[in-house]
Design a protein around this ligand. Structure first.
Ligand code: PEP
Ligand code: MG
Length: 556
């Protein structure tokens, strides 16, 4: 082995494979002059690159199907636009290289589109992507976006946004390594949803050479570069042992003395349901509906399309609980038709419920679709709002649910410290709370969840975060209402015991973590969990809190 790098392990298991980088934006090609006799050859190169990119986009469309196919086919047509082609040829004829001619011709076309009204202006991002692909091909550098590979690989990226990953083929991605991002970043969430090992916040990941063999241990956070055969075997054996140990446990979540803690799954759409059912999830504790909205950046999906997707998830859990979160757009999940483009600090701006209250038609459309989807099904539908700050927010959301005629429980996510501190007041308007510990940590520690450099503060073991969890859970207990956790904190088996000890009533996580959490909970009584929680809260740092809880739970 050459070396071992260390980051933060965020999704269990071991992946061994060749590193493939997520392509980054293409740099501007130099504006150098070519001799007149080189022009025909350059024009030929440009034509070939355009054709290859168009064919690749069509092939990707065929693979993706659905709305993604329509978008990719429209991009292929953009690439082959005859006016653009003529402009590229003309620019080469007067001395541009093929890559520079493509770059400049697209820039001119882009300026026209940007002025041509909302719909066409919205296509600018697609046009930029087409240009980047053609220029990358001409320069011989990796394509922007998801790697082109027909062999399984370990994906290396600076960070991953939900939109980057819409076209990721789960059959090809063995695991993730990202330079940025903390345990609550979307890379981590996506890795857990796909059930692949992942390490985030690994400085230097970007420098791993394309094609280098890496072994990613998503439990320890280690990434071995060029492991030897013996090292690979040892890693795979240890991972298989860990997996076998947890697969023994089955059934509903409970402590060893029978205190029930339903284990629910976090899903992004119907595609995540089979893994949730397979892991024995007792329902869905967080259905992140924004993934449905990512296909089209111009408008909300039609109500019919929403009904279909919601129904598929609801049908998978007859008699179970399904908690649907209404659209959480903004900040790390921007949607161009809803999210203001000019906010100085989007994480503190109009996002989550604030966006929906500014666009009541989108909220009503979603709630109506949910009401229709649940019609006639025996499921226990619960609907919750993201980013609730106070009682007024909770009331506005509950009013909107009533207006849509929704037959469901209405709840509030606790992601902003104010909502935790005033949980009793929020609970006057809604029937349950769900702690989004990812954002709750972000806002408690003023630490952007996307920035690897502050991942220490994103640690959900931080006692200040545990205090807020306890405050919300105690308020819910006093009101006789439930208070679950659906942030990534719930997927850490030891922390799951501590959360239980703090009074949390259900735990929702990426499906792949459920067996690990179930096995750990089943080892301890509720009283032991409560003692571990008290010990963790008495500590002064995240690592100390973890060590204190571990000592309590392993010493008894
Ligand atoms: C959270 O913030 O903890 C949460 C569950 O929501 P998301 O990660 O989608 O922002
Ligand atoms: Mg959140």
């Amino acid at each position: 082995m050459d070396t071992t790098l260390r980051g933060v392990g965020v999704s269990h298991g071991v992946a061994i494979g060749e590193a493939r980088h997520m392509g980054t934006a293409v740099l501007e090609p130099p504006a150098k002059q070519i001799a007149a006799e080189e022009a025909p050859r350059e024009q030929q190169r440009a034509r070939q690159a355009v054709e290859a990119v168009a064919a690749d986009l069509v092939a990707r469309g065929n693979l993706a199907g659905g709305e993604a196919q329509a978008v990719l086919e429209a991009q292929a047509m953009m690439a082959q636009d005859p006016e653009l082609a003529a402009d590229v040829e003309r620019r080469i004829a007067v001395g541009s290289t093929a890559e520079r001619a493509v770059y400049d011709a697209f820039a001119a076309y882009r300026a026209l589109l940007a002025q041509a009204g909302d719909y066409l202006a919205g296509r600018v991002a697609d046009l930029d992507d087409v240009r980047n692909r053609i220029v990358a091909r001409l320069l011989g550098v990796p394509m922007p976006g998801v790697p082109d590979s027909d062999r399984p690989y370990v994906l290396i990226a600076r960070d991953l946004a939900p939109a980057d990953t819409a076209l990721l083929d789960p059959a090809l991605v063995l695991g993730f390594v990202t330079e940025e991002g903390g345990p609550t970043s979307h890379s981590a969430i996506l890795a857990r949803a796909l059930g692949v090992p992942a390490v985030v916040a690994l400085p230097g990941a970007g420098e791993l050479a394309e094609g280098t063999v890496v072994a990613v241990d998503g439990s320890t956070g280690e990434v071995m570069v060029n492991p030897t055969g013996a090292e690979r075997e040892e890693l795979s054996r240890a991972a298989a042992e860990r997996k076998a140990a947890v697969e023994g446990a089955k059934g509903p979540g409970a402590t060893s003395d029978g205190h029930k803690v339903p284990l629910l799954a976090n899903v992004g759409g119907p595609g995540d349901v089979p893994a949730a059912v397979e892991a024995g999830a007792e329902g869905v504790g967080l259905f992140r509906t924004e993934f449905l909205f990512l296909d089209d950046s111009e408008r909300a999906p039609s109500e019919d399309k929403q009904v279909e997707a919601y129904r598929q998830v609801l049908e998978a859990f007859p008699e179970g609980r399904v908690v649907v979160r209404v659209l959480d757009a903004g900040a790390d999940k921007p949607l161009s038709f809803l999210t203001p483009a000019d906010e100085p600090n989007p994480a503190l701006g109009v996002r989550g419920l604030r966006t929906l209250l500014d666009h009541p038609e989108v909220l009503q459309g979603q709630l109506r679709a949910l009401a229709k989807a649940a019609e006639g099904l025996p499921v226990y539908l619960e609907v919750m709002a993201p980013m609730v700050a106070d009682r007024a927010d909770a009331r506005a959301f509950a009013d909107a649910c009533r207006e849509a005629g929704l037959n469901a429980k209405f709840g509030a996510m606790v992601e902003i410290p104010s909502a935790a501190l005033r949980a009793r007041s929020v609970l006057q308007e809604v029937e349950f709370l769900s702690l989004g510990t990812n954002d709750l940590a972000q806002y408690t520690f003023a630490a952007d969840r996307q920035v690897g450099a502050v991942s220490r503060l994103q640690d959900p073991w931080q006692p200040a975060l545990l205090d807020l969890v306890a405050t919300a859970a105690e308020a819910a207990g006093a009101e006789g209402k439930s208070c679950g956790v659906c942030g990534e904190a719930a997927s850490d088996p030891l922390l799951a015991c501590v959360l239980t000890g703090l009074g949390v009533t259900s735990l929702s996580m990426g499906a792949s973590a459920i067996p690990f959490v179930r096995a750990q909970l089943a080892k301890h009584t509720l009283a032991q969990c409560e003692r571990a929680a008290a010990a963790a809260r008495a500590a002064d740092s995240g690592p100390d809190a973890r060590a204190a809880a571990q000592a309590v739970l392993s010493g008894e």
